[in-house]
Structures are given as C-alpha cells and as structure tokens.
Write a protein that binds this ligand. Structure first.
Ligand code: PEP
Ligand code: MN
Length: 596
C-alpha cells in the first residue's frame, strides 16, 4: 500500500508523537484529517494551529512542527491555489496526499433553529461548497472567517441563536454546538485533497517517514510555465503522455511578472525518481520557460471510494410520521423529512448513496491469514475489513477466537490495507478496549437483546453494527437499536443476517423483505450479511446482488484465503476470486436511492 514506513509495525509500541502544523484552530477540518491520518498510521500528532498557510510552512521549516498539512484541492470549489502556491514557494519535502470527505453541518448554540439563523460563518471555500443549500436561505448573511474551527468557536462564544457556523461534527462536539442541518454540500462526493509534508533533511520523528516503494503508488506535483503561444501546452502534455504518465490535475494561472507566459500546476501519477519520469522531465525542460518539481509523495491513502451504479432507482416510499407518544422507538423512527443517517466509519460513510462492502474472515486466525485477506478484499474494492476475535460459538469446544491478539492483528491488517475495521464485542467488559481498537463495534445476532451490552455500546464513541437476532422481529431489531440511540450514540447500522424459519436447506432464511421495510421505518442505514444468511458459499453471490437491488446500503461478506480450512464458518467463506467476481457483478446492479 501507499503508506509511509510508519505503520503497522508500530502497533504494540508506544505511539511516536510528532507535532503537526495546520491552518486554523482545533476543530478545523485539517485537525480532523491529521487525527484520522495519525490513527491510520499508528502515530500521534500534537496539533499546532497556525494563522495562515504560510505560517504552517514556517512552523515546519523553523522546526516548531515535525510535519505540516495544507489543502490543495476541493472537488466542488476547485483548486485551493494558496495551498499549491505555498508548496511551490518553500523548499518542503512532500510526504503524502490525503483525500478527505468534507461532511459539513450547520451548527448553532443549543436552542437555535435553522429558521432562526440570520448569519452563517465559515471558511469561504466551505461556503462555496454549500452554495446550493445556502441559496435556499436567502435571508442569511454569509460571513467568511479564516477556518471552520474559528467559525464554530466564535458562534459558541457569542451564544447567539441567530448565528450559525458551517463546520464538522467534530467541531460541534468540541465547542458544544448542536447540528441544525447536515448533508449540505452541493454534492455528497465532496472530497478535499490535503498534502502532508516535512522539512527537507528532517531529523527527529518526521525522519521516520519513508516513501512508498512502488512508483505506481506515488504522485508528483509540477509547476511549469510556457510561452503564450498556440500548441505550447499541448507539447508539454504530449511529452508526458508519450512516456505513459497520467496527468490527474491541471490548473493554469498567469505567471505574475511575466505577461507573455502562462504557468500551470500539474499533478502527475508517478515518482520523479522513476527513470521514465526523469526522461519526461528532461524533455519537458526543453519546451518550457520554467519547470519546478514541487515534490513526489504517496498517492492518496484514502481515495474516494465510490462505486457508481449504472442506473438509479428512486425509493419513493413515504417517510413515516414520527409518533413520539406512541412508538416504542422514537429515536430510530424515520421522521417526515426523510433525512437519512450517514454513519461515518473511519473514512467510509454508510447510508449515503454509496454501496459499502465489508469483507473479511469469520475469525481472525493468524497474522498471515488476516493480512492476506485485507489486501485481497481492499484490492477488490471492499472499504472495510471484518474479522471476529471473540467468537460466539454454539459449542464451547469450538474455536473461540484469538481474543485481544486477534483484535491487534485485525488492526494491523486494517492499517496495512488502508481499511477501517469491524469486530464483534461480546460483553460489557470488552466495550471500552474494543472501542479503542476498532472503527465499528459489531453486536452479534446472539446479543441483539443483551440490553446491558446495548447500553454499553450506546455510551461508546464508536459506531455500532447491530445484527438482527436469529428469532427477532423487525420491531425487536428497531427496539434494540433504540437502546443504543437512547444512550447517546446515534451511529447505528442495522444488519439483516438471516432468521430461523422451518427451512433447513439454507443455514438461515435471509429476510430480504426486511430491507424495504426498514428503509421506510428508520433513517438508520441497513446492511445485509448474506454469508450467515444463507450459509452456503455458492448461494452468496445471487443474494449479494439481490440485497443491493432491494436497497441495502451495503454488505458484510465472509472471505478466507483458504475457505475449506477456515476455523469457523468454513462452508460459507468465499475465496478471494469469488469475492472479486461478486464485486464486479455488484457494479452492474442499480443502487436504490431516496427521492432527493
Ligand atoms: C459474525 O458476523 O461473525 C457472526 C458471528 O454473525 P452473527 O452474529 O450474525 O451470527
Ligand atoms: Mn461467521
């Protein structure tokens, strides 16, 4: 994978701490990006907020910070010119590109309402990303401020219900604000690219970063200028193309002080140390007025994972009116506005117009097994890794799982493949420690009505995957979810995994009819586990396709390097090849969407 050397190897050792500079104050998006990146890489970043992009570079070059982070591009608003300018202007050693989904929220002080707002503060680029939404609020003044952390902090300090901020959920938590609206960006694929860098010849902890070995996992940013003449840019692009180099971004700007020249920022796949790349650069020098290699760095460790469906089916079933007095589960009941929960697991969003596939073995069995599976499922397009470490087995003599050792191996494998991880938590006493290691806490079918356990995960700061009990009705599943939400954890994903019926041909009866029912009755996302649902390898594929077609938000699938040897659920595990085939087939199944 494209990770710096600081990674999996560090699992058990104490975290290496480095100071990371970013623009803004705590609670800004850059801060959240640094936190997530540090967690993925097994390091710790002490945040150092800076007043400007240039100040971030200065902090790194002056040794006040080990690394720095700057945004360079947003999918909606476009190039963040100042980020490129600073990277080009200073002598910095670029380490990695990080792609981050910006999930903007309108925040206000407790008691504020969207209708009552008269002013919204945010970073100007963030305001631009939410242009359509803001257009529906014509009476609200948009106030640009230096960053979203500052917007949230100032709105909290003013304690004025007429003032709101657009910032992240993390900023809301940090400054005690409430969410007044979510999903407000012009498009859900609202990704921003950031670049992490250090000083050249860095000493100290930042020296530990090593570039990815494969040039294919690297990217290079260039700044070049050409005469303002026909064909000048075309010649440059032909040279790159002739050497098989893909240009993933190109942005022009007038070269200040040289009126007859145009400068371009270009991001090119590959590494400038690669011979092919070096040759192309030599040729490029001959046809450009100036050429500056800003740097080569690891290509995104968290690329936007979007599986496009060929067609869109509209789910036009009405949302159910909330009946707070009557329903036994008011918090999970889908409200009239029909807004869906988007459950964020690491860098993956479940319930948001993407179909999310989780792959991995029933049980973590060994380091080799889980590392190999992680690589295979990631390569096939899975966005999360599963693996049981505490196994609820019918017989006490059956393999019970590797326990905490299994959790550590799963975490290492997840990091190595760049995948968030999910694992089952079986008892209240395990919750806290499990929540520190995994991105998503699984409650197994046998524990769906372990109410103490539900309350415990309801207090945990991790999302929860709640599997339907094997003899549980849909109402009982919703009531179980209500336990988690009632304790303050809104991030629950439901999972249909088959129920017990009179049928014995299959392990369970996969109740696909529960999916449209649940979509109508709750705003929580719903996944399907066909592996436990049908229990027989060769019937998994058709049920995966069916689950997507009836509106599941994702799948949980058991995959093993050598299924027949699996220590648990050998009959239902898929080979890597089976899994790849299914992933390819799923791309052809339309995704069910809600009406906008
Ligand atoms: C599992 O996912 O490994 C598992 C034990 O599933 P369930 O709780 O649905 O039986
Ligand atoms: Mn299993």
């Amino acid at each position: 994978m494209t990770s710096p050397a600081i990674s999996a190897a560090q699992t058990a050792a104490p975290l290496l701490t480095m100071t990371a500079a970013f623009e803004g104050i705590e609670g800004a998006y850059s801060h959240a990006v640094l936190d997530a990146y540090a967690e993925r890489r097994g390091v710790a970043f002490a945040p150092l907020g800076c007043p400007s992009y240039r100040a971030v570079a200065h902090a790194v070059l002056a040794g006040r910070a080990d690394v720095g982070l700057l945004p360079i591009d947003n999918a909606i608003a476009g190039t963040i010119r100042e980020g490129y300018d600073v990277l080009a202007e200073y002598d910095l050693d670029l380490l990695a590109e990080i792609t981050w989904r910006m999930e903007h929220r309108v925040l206000g002080v407790p008691g504020a309402t969207l209708e009552g707002l008269r002013e919204i503060d945010s970073h100007p680029i963030v305001l631009a990303e939410c242009g359509r939404f803001l257009g529906t609020l014509p009476d609200i003044r948009r106030v640009p401020v230096p960053d979203t952390g500052i917007a949230a902090r100032d709105v909290a300090a003013a304690n004025d219900p007429a003032r709101g901020a657009i910032a992240s959920a993390a900023a809301a938590a940090r400054y005690g604000l409430v969410e007044l609206a979510s999903t407000i960006a012009d498009h859900p694929d609202n990704f921003t690219r950031f670049v992490l860098f250090r000083a050249p010849n860095a000493r100290g902890p930042a020296a530990e970063f090593e570039p990815a070995e494969a040039f294919a996992d690297r990217k290079t940013s260039l700044l070049f200028s050409v005469q303002d003449a026909p064909g000048a840019l075309g010649r440059c692009l032909s040279i790159l193309g002739a050497h098989g180099l893909n240009v993933s971004k190109l942005d022009s700007k007038t070269r200040l002080g040289a009126s007859k020249q145009y400068a371009f920022y270009a991001d090119v796949d590959g590494d400038a140390r690669d011979e092919r790349f070096a040759t192309a650069l030599r040729e490029l020098r001959a046809v450009t007025a100036s050429l500056h290699v800003i740097g080569s760095y690891d290509a995104s460790t968290a690329p936007p994972r979007v599986q496009r469906a060929p067609a869109i089916v509209v789910d036009d079933r009405p949302a159910v009116a909330p009946k707070p007095a009557k329903t036994p589960f008011p918090k999970v009941t889908r409200a009239h506005d029909g807004v869906r929960a988007r459950v964020v697991v690491g860098d993956v969003v479940v319930g948001d117009g993407e179909f999310v596939v989780v792959g991995g073995p029933c049980s973590v069995e060994s380091r080799e097994q889980i590392l190999a599976t992680a690589q295979a499922v990631a390569a096939a397009g899975a966005v999360m890794l599963r693996g049981g470490a505490f196994k609820p087995r019918t017989s006490p003599y059956a393999f019970q799982g590797l326990g905490w050792e299994g959790v550590a191996l799963l975490a290492e494998a997840g990091r190595s493949a760049g995948l968030p991880i999910v694992s089952e938590v079986m008892s209240v006493g395990q919750v806290e420690r499990m929540a520190q290691s995994v991105d998503l806490l699984q409650i197994g079918a046998r524990n769906m009505q372990n109410f103490d356990l539900l309350k415990a995960v309801g207090r945990a700061e991790r999302p929860v995957l709640l599997k339907r009990g094997m003899a549980a009705s849909i109402d009982e599943l919703l009531a179980a979810a209500e336990y988690v939400l009632a304790e303050g954890n809104p991030n629950v994903i439901l999972c249909e995994r088959g129920i017990r019926t009179f049928e014995t041909a299959t392990r369970n009866t996969l109740d696909l009819s529960a999916i449209p029912v649940l979509r109508e009755r709750t705003h929580l996302p719903v996944m399907v586990d066909p592996s436990h649902g049908v229990g027989v390898r060769r019937w998994i594929a058709p049920l995966c396709r069916a689950a997507k077609a009836v509106g599941a938000h994702g799948l949980l699938i058991e995959v093993h390097p050598n299924p027949v040897e699996a220590l648990s659920d050998a009959e239902q595990a898929l080979t890597f090849a089976d899994f790849r085939t299914i992933m390819d087939e799923l791309a052809g199944v339309p995704l069910v969407h809600d009406r906008a």
